[in-house]
Design a protein around this ligand. Structure first.
Ligand SMILES: *Cc1c(COP(=O)(O)O)cnc(C)c1O
Length: 405
């Protein structure tokens, strides 16, 4: 397999918004094209046998060269370089979806007899993968309450190898004190910290700077930003990323080149989009907090949010997701969702379009109110993932829906 090149040094000193446009770009384009284009190829050619032999020995002097599309692709590579620069990591590796990224992290860094710790508020499919699939491979797990680092410390065992956290988490936006988490992991000595930072984006938080070993994104959400493509990406040290890259080659979970192009294009406007989404969500949260039909609002900047202090310390913005409990029951919340006109009913978040959903129905349809309560999920909760529409339009859509419902 090809020798993997490093992130270009020159991309390291700029502001996030500038890096989101330029970092990792290869200047030597065919025909002097400005953009990277889509390297739509399954394989790569060699001039002659001597050329192939030089490549196999690793002395062909072409660090970017690869042999086969399951291992690498230049369009994918450019996206990886750009995300590594944004996350201040040595390298990054892109996958066909966020869940493919999660699965590859689990399969790369765990083996039978190992133990992994998750927080209860992690992405539901991640939890199911650990509890249903990894348990078939004799990998143990513990699940601790949201952002509870004392509970986490108590669960650490000799065989704990991975701590998988998410900050902010879905749908209540709990934030984990990442500096403290890293200290706990270092004191234990053998557990790597992985942070699913999908909700934060590198615009609002850089987990590596807070001691995380790996940071993971569902690129489907904010990074791509247009609700039109799936992808996942993991950033970290060159050594850890190259282990993931080898696993990706074996599982065939590399990101498609066209998807990489779309995500790379989306990334160029990441800062603009996330700044607008931060601003709209914070304003919406304030309005909802004073609304008579709303029982409770969850957004990290609000005075009564349990993670407010941690969020203010480690984040520069709090993202585009606002969750709120409608006064009344499950049906009352459904009426509010149905009365939204601008926000469409759909799962997902982080795109330019505002989306609304009721987690009790979208994510936990098989659970009744009592079972929902046992996992601290309210049946009258509504999650609004704001897009980049005018702030006032998003707010009036929701407030009008509340009046009508
Ligand atoms: C969506 C999401 C995932 C899964 O990503 P896909 O791209 O849908 O596979 C993982 N973690 C979080 C926090 C997510 O929001």
């Amino acid at each position: 397999m090809a020798v993997i090149d490093r992130v270009p040094e020159r991309s390291r000193s700029c502001a996030t918004s500038t890096e989101a446009v330029h970092a990792g770009e290869n200047r030597a384009r065919p025909d002097h094209a400005l953009t990277c284009g889509v390297a739509q190829t399954a394989t790569y050619t060699f001039n002659d046998t001597a050329d192939l032999e030089r490549y196999m020995r690793g002395d062909d002097g072409e660090p970017n060269r690869t042999e086969y599309g399951r291992y690498d692709n230049p369009t994918v590579r450019e996206l990886e370089h750009r995300l590594a620069a944004l996350e201040r990591s040595e390298d990054a590796v892109a996958f066909s979806s966020g869940m493919a990224a999660v699965a590859m992290v689990l399969f790369t860094f765990l083996k039978s007899g190992d133990h992994v710790v998750l927080f209860r508020d992690c992405y539901r499919k991640t939890r199911q993968l650990v509890t249903s699939t990894l348990s078939r491979f004799a990998i143990e797990h513990s699940i601790v309450p949201p952002s509870d680092l004392e509970a986490l410390q108590r669960e650490l065992r000799d065989n704990t190898r991975l701590i998988l956290s998410e900050s902010p988490s879905n749908p209540y936006l709990y934030c984990v004190d990442l500096d403290r988490l890293a200290r706990v992991a270092r004191a234990h000595g053998r557990a790597r910290v992985v942070v699913d930072s999908t909700f934060a984006t590198p615009v609002n938080l850089r987990p590596i700077e807070h001691g995380a070993d790996l940071v993971l994104h569902s690129a489907t959400k904010y990074l791509a930003g247009h609700n039109d493509v799936l992808g996942g990406i993991v950033a970290g040290s060159g050594a850890l990323v190259s282990l993931l890259r080898d696993m990706r080659g074996a599982f065939g979970s590399i990101l498609d080149p066209h998807a990489a192009y779309l995500i790379g294009r989306g990334l160029k406007t990441l800062s603009l989009r996330v700044e607008r989404q931060n601003q709209t969500a914070a304003a919406l949260a304030e309005v909802l907090a004073g609304h008579p039909k709303v029982a409770r609002v969850f957004y990290p900047s609000l005075a009564d949010h349990p993670s407010r202090k941690v969020a203010l310390e480690q984040m520069t913005g709090f993202g585009g997701v606002v969750s709120f409990e409608v006064r009344g029951n499950r049906a009352a919340a459904s009426r509010v969702v149905d009365a939204c006109r601008l926000a469409q009913i759909a799962p997902s978040l982080g795109g330019v379009e505002s989306l609304v959903e009721q987690p009790a129905i979208m994510s936990y349809f098989e659970l009744d109110d009592e079972s929902l309560q046992s996992i601290d999920m309210s049946s009258s909760l509504v999650r609004l993932a704001v897009g980049i529409e005018e702030t006032e339009d998003v707010i009036s859509d929701v407030t009008r829906a509340l009046e009508q419902a």
